[in-house]
Design a protein around this ligand. Structure first.
Ligand SMILES: Nc1ncnc2c1ncn2[C@@H]1O[C@H](COP(=O)(O)OP(=O)(O)O)[C@@H](O)[C@H]1O
Ligand SMILES: [Mg+2]
Length: 145
């Protein structure tokens, strides 16, 4: 499935729709892999997901800090939104210092990961794979698959 997203309002709607398709697994975190070039819209999508889940604090790109964890309000299916940017990593082993294995064991974690290709050797099968493209007309495309 492909969606063309014209603006941030449409992105907010799409993120809301997407999070509603996710449900916690029985014994592992829910991993969402976000692929696409720099500027394709991975962080913007994560921000929209965070808003859809009721995160009120500002969500910024974790490119330098690698990982950010947001606590979600009660009554959401997940307790934590974990945002990881693997852009600067060169192998899955570099996820270990982030406590990635522990994070992935907890079904109450929703993990959104940018640049999954950089750490592919350490990733379990994601619940969803999204691929982002910035289009010449200024809109953004999301491919689900
Ligand atoms: N669907 C969208 N509609 C409008 N602007 C967008 C959309 N997605 C991303 N942008 C804008 O494009 C720029 C780069 O997006 P970003 O999410 O930081 O890319 P990435 O994380 O993939 O490198 C940001 O300024 C962001 O606001
Ligand atoms: Mg980004």
């Amino acid at each position: 499935m492909e969606k063309k997203i014209e603006d941030l309002e449409a992105l907010t709607e799409e993120a809301k729709r997407f999070v509603e398709t996710l449900a916690p697994a029985a014994n592992a975190a829910t991993l969402v892999a976000l692929s696409g070039e720099l500027g394709a819209g991975k962080t913007a999508f994560t921000k929209a997901v965070a808003r859809a889940l009721g995160v009120e604090e500002t969500v910024t790109s974790p490119t330098f800090v690698l990982e950010k964890i947001y606590l979600l309000p009660a009554k959401k299916p997940f307790k934590r939104l974990v945002h990881i940017d693997a852009y600067r990593l060169t192998s899955g082993a570099e996820l270990a210092p982030l406590g990635f294995d522990e994070l992935m064991k907890d079904p109450s974690n929703l993990v959104l990961l940018e640049w999954p290709e950089h750490v592919a050797d350490a990733l379990p099968a994601p619940a969803a794979r999204l691929s982002f493209t910035a289009l010449p007309d200024g809109s953004h495309k999301i491919s689900y698959g």
